[in-house]
Design a protein around this ligand. Sequence first.
Ligand SMILES: [Zn+2]
Length: 200
Amino acid sequence: MKCDERFMNLIDVFDPGKLDADPSTISGLWPDGRLAFMNQAWFDFAAANGGEPDISTRFGLGVSVLTACPPPLDEYYRVLYRRVIETSQPADHDYECSSPDAYRLYHERIHSIAGGQGLMIIHSLVVERPHDPRERPANVPIDSVYRGSQGLAKQCGHCRRFQRHDYPLQWDWIPDWVRNPPHLVSHGLCEFCLRIYYPA
Ligand SMILES: [Zn+2]
């Protein structure tokens, strides 16, 4: 685990050794979203998904997790964290974290700890399955179909699918672009994610 010394005082009550041994990914944040604690499962998940050593380098203690969220998700989480701190009520949120090969749905429970001095977030895997092959575009020229006149492709910041330029209601799963992110990408939310995951 990695833990900010001052944050250790906030989580003493949980037995930090048990948090570190928990198979669920657990992170601790300061109220503004800066990382203060990551358990071993957090690093194992990053390594298993090809994120290491990049994740450890970019997301050390003190770095805000909000910097990893493209707009408008950063604002969504900023508001959610503030609400948990102010009300001391836990919040629940589902999110997708798919790899090029597997669809994954996670649940996160966000707790206020030590009277609102910090946040503890526990992530649980809900669903993992191979992608539905029908979600993949069949034999389309990727650049011309997904890039507009400015050459910009639009990706849903939540499910990571790409919007068709010629038919904006359709968002497709493109494994190659998830594996190797293309240049010139803007982020937004597809209709589905907006309504299901971020209705607020
Ligand atoms: Zn989406």
